[in-house]
Design a protein around this ligand. Structure first.
Ligand SMILES: NC(=O)C1=CN([C@@H]2O[C@H](COP(=O)(O)OP(=O)(O)OC[C@H]3O[C@@H](n4cnc5c(N)ncnc54)[C@H](O)[C@@H]3O)[C@@H](O)[C@H]2O)C=CC1
Ligand SMILES: CC(=O)C(C)=O
Length: 254
C-alpha cells in the first residue's frame, strides 16, 4: 500500500532539488505524477528516471508557473492523462539576485521574483482548485520558506514573495475548507540543492549556516519531500491553513 495510492499530483519545479525528490517519492508512494518545470533539460532526465522505476506513473510537461496560459494547458493535459487532480505541490521558485539590499533592488528584479513565486502559487491554486472541487476533495502544499516568516536581509523580493505565499495559503484554506480542499505551507530553512550552491559551496558560509542549526546539518531535499508527502496525503486530513517549518531547529521558539 502506498501512502498516495490512487491520487494524481501536479508538482512544479520538478526538474531539480526538492521538486525532483517529491516527484520520485510521490510516484514511489503510488501517485500518478504530473512533473512540470520551465527547464526541460533538467526535467526530462528526472521523468525518465521515475518512469524506469515506476512505469506509467509520470508525465513531464514544460511549464512556466508565472504564465496563466501555461497553467490552463497543464491542467488540461493532467486531466487528459489521468482524469482528475487531487494534489498540487506549488514548489517552483527562484531566489532572484542575492545581496541586493532594499535600496538597490530594481523594479524588474522585484517583478521577476514576485511573478514566479507569488503569482505562480496563486495561478496554480486558481487553475487546479476547480478540478479538485469537481473531484470532491484536494490538497495543496505551497512551498514558502523561513524567509516568508522572518524575512532575510538582502533577499527583499524573495522574502516578500514567500510571505505572500504564507498568507495566501491561509486565505485559500478558509475559502475552500467547505469543499474538502486543504491548503498548507511548508517553510524550509537551508536545504542543500542547486538553489543554495552559491552559499554552501563557500566553506566559511557553510560552517556558519550549520552552526546556526541545532541538528547540525543543512537540510536535504528528502527532509522537505517527506513533509510534503504527509500534508498531501489523507494522513493530514484534519490539517489546513497550517505552516510547517523544516529547519533543523534553527528557529525553535520558546
Ligand atoms: N533550498 C533551500 O534552501 C530553500 C528552498 N526553498 C524553496 O523551495 C523550492 C524549491 O527550491 P530548490 O529545490 O532549492 O530549488 P532548485 O533551484 O533546485 O529547483 C527549482 C526548480 O524550479 C524551476 N523553476 C524556476 N522558475 C520556474 C518557472 N517560472 N516555472 C517553472 N519552473 C521554474 C527551476 O527550473 C528548477 O528546476 C523553491 O520554491 C524555493 O524557494 C525555500 C526555502 C529554502
Ligand atoms: C535559502 C532560503 O530560501 C531560506 C533559508 O529560506
Amino acid at each position: 500500500m502506498g501512502r498516495l495510492d490512487g491520487k494524481v499530483a501536479i508538482i512544479t519545479g520538478a526538474g531539480s532539488g526538492q521538486g525532483a525528490m517529491e516527484a520520485e517519492l510521490f510516484a514511489r508512494e503510488g501517485a500518478m505524477v504530473v512533473a512540470t518545470d520551465m527547464n526541460e533539460g533538467h526535467l526530462n532526465p528526472v521523468v525518465d528516471d521515475i518512469s524506469r522505476q515506476y512505469p506509467e506513473t509520470v508525465i513531464g510537461l514544460k511549464h512556466d508557473v508565472s504564465k496563466e496560459a501555461d497553467w490552463q494547458r497543464i491542467v488540461e493535459e493532467a486531466l487528459g492523462a489521468f482524469g482528475k487532480i487531487d494534489i498540487l505541490i506549488n514548489n517552483a521558485g527562484i531566489t532572484g539576485m542575492t545581496e541586493f539590499t532594499l535600496n538597490k533592488l530594481t523594479v524588474e528584479e522585484w517583478d521577476k521574483v514576485m511573478n514566479v513565486n507569488a503569482l505562480g502559487n496563486f495561478l496554480g491554486m486558481k487553475h487546479t482548485i476547480p478540478a479538485m472541487k469537481r473531484n470532491g476533495q484536494g490538497s495543496v502544499v505551497n512551498i514558502s520558506s523561513l524567509t516568508g516568516i522572518s524575512g532575510l536581509g538582502g533577499l527583499t523580493a524573495y522574502s516578500a514573495s514567500k510571505g505572500a505565499i504564507r498568507t495566501m495559503t491561509k486565505g485559500a484554506a478558509r475559502d475552500f475548507g467547505g469543499d474538502h480542499i486543504r491548503v498548507n505551507s511548508i517553510h524550509p530553512g537551508y536545504i542543500e540543492t542547486p538553489s543554495t550552491d552559491y552559499l554552501t559551496s563557500n566553506t566559511d558560509i557553510r560552517e556558519a549556516l550549520i552552526a546556526a542549526v541545532p541538528l547540525k546539518y543543512l537540510g536535504e531535499s528528502e527532509d522537505v519531500a517527506y513533509a510534503a508527502l504527509f500534508l498531501a496525503s489523507d494522513e493530514a486530513k484534519f490539517i489546513t491553513g497550517e505552516e510547517l517549518i523544516i529547519d533543523g531547529g534553527q528557529t525553535i521558539k520558546e
